[in-house]
Design a protein around this ligand. Structure first.
Ligand SMILES: [Zn+2]
Length: 162
């Protein structure tokens, strides 16, 4: 294999290996290489990357189990539909038939509406829930969700429908 010409990082490394003093062209190439490396986004350790992917995979599986479709999950997670499909395939999850998928998507949307309502209510009750009175913002929110659902202002829970 021909030696890398001067003015490249490999040539710089070769100088160092041979105990030579690198010339200006090789020093410049090495500096440029290091600057480029610093500019790259930090790449986590393989362990961290695996953990991050596992966390996304968990969200895909939980979302799909809750009724979300591939496109919905892709949009929510900022990933492609192919990525979501791959996660499901790797996990051996059987895809829902078309009719079931539509019903599941409705369930998912209603659950999401309820979750949003609960989040807003928890935030709204935060100022009135005093520590020590045993009634948390979450409990206030649950009571409010129950009242709103009973009044027909929130979609019923899927388990109450079926
Ligand atoms: Zn050189």
């Amino acid at each position: 294999m021909a030696d890398e010409p001067c003015g490249s990082r490999l040539a710089y490394d070769r100088h160092i290996r041979h105990g030579e003093k690198p010339d200006a062209a090789c020093r410049a190439a090495n500096t440029a290489y290091k600057r480029e490396r610093r500019a790259l986004p930090p790449v986590g350790l393989p362990e961290q990357q695996r953990a991050a992917r596992a966390a996304v995979a968990d969200r895909v599986l939980a979302g799909y189990a809750a009724g979300a479709g591939l496109l919905t999950l892709a949009e929510e997670l900022g990933r492609s539909r192919a990525f979501v499909r791959r996660i499901l395939t790797e996990a051996g999850v059987a895809r829902r038939p078309r009719g079931d998928a539509r019903a599941a998507a409705v369930r998912y949307r209603r659950a999401a509406q309820r979750a949003t309502a609960r989040r807003l209510l928890v935030a709204a009750f935060e100022p009135v829930a005093r520590p020590g009175d045993g009634v948390t913002p979450e409990r206030y929110a649950q009571l409010a969700v129950d009242a709103l659902t009973a009044a027909g202002l929130l979609p019923p829970r899927p388990e109450d429908v079926s």
